[in-house]
Design a protein around this ligand. Structure first.
Ligand SMILES: Cc1cc2nc3c(=O)[nH]c(=O)nc-3n(C[C@H](O)[C@H](O)[C@H](O)COP(=O)(O)O)c2cc1C
Length: 208
């Protein structure tokens, strides 16, 4: 695919067909991740690729398997979501969190090395490692699209980070910014519409 076509085609996919993803494809995708810019020239990133369902189950155990409509509405209200399109995306995405991870054929756990405290940084530059892994993640998302695969991401919440450390026993100085669930998209599933932005309304020349 041509670059701008990949960028336009990339969408979050939370419904997977169950078709297996081969190891070589995953390696190509992660190699694209490794080409992203890095703050300290080291690319201190590691990837745990999980294809065994039992291991995925252990990792995502703290995530509720199902969630009632009432609870979804409660969560959305507590986030003070006012835009109707944004509301629809959350209503679609929240109930799929457990399912999208367990039904993906490959769960990738990216890790980055963090020396300074991540959650109370003194300087913006203390977050450079975090910023760099997100550059890597975007490369992964684009490579996934170019391979005609789909990807859903989830930020670990509450006890999930602790559970991940217990199950995967990764070194203490490494952090996992998000789960990446990769698989072939289930055909004919349409995501809710996203708010459309025009670049003319976003761009400021020479002053705000
Ligand atoms: C920092 C970040 C955090 C996100 N967290 C989640 C998440 O926890 N669960 C989820 O299903 N999607 C998550 N997403 C995906 C967004 O919901 C999605 O990118 C957004 O709705 C735009 O849709 P698109 O990716 O199809 O363009 C996250 C995306 C980003 C960039």
């Amino acid at each position: 695919m041509e670059f701008y076509e990949v960028v336009k085609t990339r969408k979050t996919i939370r419904d997977f067909s169950g078709k297996k993803v081969d190891k070589k494809t995953i390696e190509r995708i992660l190699s694209a991740g490794l080409m992203a810019p890095t703050n300290d020239h080291l690319r201190n990133w590691e990837f745990i690729v999980i294809t065994e369902k039992e291991v995925i189950e252990k990792i995502i155990k703290p995530i509720p398997k199902t969630i009632s409509e009432k609870r979804v509405n409660f969560i959305i209200n507590s986030w003070r979501v006012n835009a109707p399109l944004q509301n629809e995306v959350y209503k679609n995405a929240i109930p799929k969190q457990y399912r999208m991870l367990i039904e993906s054929e490959c769960l990738i756990m990216p890790f980055f090395k963090q020396k300074a405290p991540l959650l109370k940084p003194k300087y913006l530059s203390a977050l450079n490692g975090f910023a760099s892994i997100w550059c890597c993640i975007e490369n992964i998302l684009l490579a996934v699209t170019a391979e005609k695969l789909g990807c859903a991401l989830r930020i670990p919440f509450d006890k999930e980070t602790e559970n991940i450390s217990e199950v995967l026993k990764h070194p203490k100085e490494y952090f996992m910014p998000c789960y990446l669930a990769i698989g072939y998209p289930l055909p004919k599933i349409k995501n809710p519409l996203q708010i459309k932005h025009k670049i003319k309304d976003k761009i400021h020349y020479n002053k705000w």
